[in-house]
Structure formats: structure tokens, C-alpha cells
Design a protein around this ligand. Sequence first.
Ligand SMILES: [Zn+2]
Length: 301
Amino acid sequence: MKKVLKILILIFITNRFSARIIIPQVPDVVHPPIPEDANLDAAYNTLIEDQDPEVRPGLFQGDIALNNDVYNYWRIGLRWDVFPEKLWTNGTVPYVISPIYEPSDQVTIYKAIRTINFMTCIKFVPWDGVTKDYILIWPIKYPSGCWSFVGKFGGSQIVSLQPPDSNGPNCLGTEGRAIHELMHALGIFHEQSRWDRDKFVKIHHENIIPSFKSNFDKQSLENTTYHYEYDYDSIMHYGKYYFSKAKGKPTMTAKMPNVKRLGQRKAMSKGDCLKLNHLYGCFDNAKRRRKYYNICQFMGL
Ligand SMILES: [Zn+2]
């Protein structure tokens, strides 16, 4: 009874943010498609303590759940002519936020959603309970961590954001990690998987946990449709120590001088903002182009 009351209170709080919310049934355990060669248990124990919550084993590049078809064609932003079914129609993404989250965590998730809604022409809207495809933001227990599919998967699609616990803030310390995972759901891959990345970063293969070497793969030019400059500041870029065997051993370093950091999870960079708008056709007419281009310049990190 107490639990029911708690959920009702949470729904009430949730309703203060959105006019209407329908909570679907979600199993405790969800098994997204995981690459066949992923070794979940063995690898999990080898991760060092201060690893990023995004760096979870078993999922493609740490935090991406995807099937082999997508793997074969993956790119920085999904090409809609190759994967028309993965595009969110009219840039509209219905969403549900789990009532399991504490109100403060819900606020963090709302901040991420509002940021994307403001900075791009993409519109996250509360799910109406009817629309077939929508995202379900839920703290999945297995695999835990912060993860997402890339592009629209069809049906109710999980974006897993692990809430803070005694080990740390996990995926909801700031809205940055939520934005990162939502950007995957919109069809964006990691910045360092660009075909031209070797001009910009050096991969230290000897420091990578062996079973995660494929997380540092890149794509060929033919499969890439990317127009923006390499972006060290991207919210979609790996950090220097991701999937490192040991403390202090970088897996990736910058080749260009004066690069202070690799990746960040604070906010969308100017480049992130531009590429999302580009991917969703927000630059297609002159008025909108001016609006969102200016927003990216002013608000992008
Ligand atoms: Zn990611």
C-alpha cells in the first residue's frame, strides 16, 4: 500500500511537468540485442573503479544497444536513406519517464529533454498512450548503466539511465549524460568513430581492456555522411581513459596541439547542436536555419 501511495505521489509530481502521462508496463529485466561476442560477466569485473558509468560491458561501444544489421552500417549519424525506419517521423519523439525515479532525477531528465527541444527543431513530447513508437526512460537493472539504441528501434524503446546511488551520480549527476543517451536514440554515434578520426586522436591499443578493443573501431569514408569538423568537445566523444586497463593509462589522446580535453558530459557542444539540427532537417528552410544556427553558436559549449 505504501508503495502504491509512493507511485501515486510520483505520478502526481510528474504531472506537474506534463499534462498527461501514461505509465506502461516495464519488466524488471530487459535484454536488448547484444553483440554475440560480448563477454558480459568476465569483463565486468575487470573494469577499474572510477570508470565512467557509460563504460559498461556487453553493449556496443559501451553504451549502445544495437543489432548486427546496424553494426554493419553504423556511422556518426544514421543515414535515413539506408535506415528510413530509424528516423523519428517529423522529428517528434514521444517519451515516458519512469515513476521509479526520484523527483530530483526526473528533473534532471526533464532538463535534458528541454535542452534538446530548445536547441533543435526536434520535439520530445509526452507519450499519448497510443502512438506505437516511443522512448521509455527507465533505470534498467540488467544491463545497468547508461545506454540507448541508436535511432528509432520501434515499439517501446528503452533509454536506460541509472540513478545516483552510494557509488556516485551514475547517469544523472547532470543532464549531460541523459543528453548523450538521448542523442544516441536520435541516431547519433560516438564522435571518435568517424572515418577521419586518426588525424585527430591516437588510440593506445595496448591500454585498452582486450575484449573492448572493438569499441574503438571506426567507419570507412563510404559509410559516412558527415560535414562538420572533428569535435573534441563533443558530448558524444569518449574520454581519455574509457575502457582503460588501469588507472592513469589513457586509451586515447589528442594529436592536435592545445586540446585540453577529450569529450565532456556537461552540455551539447556547438558541433553537437549543429549535427543534430542537420540530421533532422532543421536547416532546410532559411528562417529555421538562422534560428537554430544562432542557438547553436550561443548555447553550444
Ligand atoms: Zn555513447
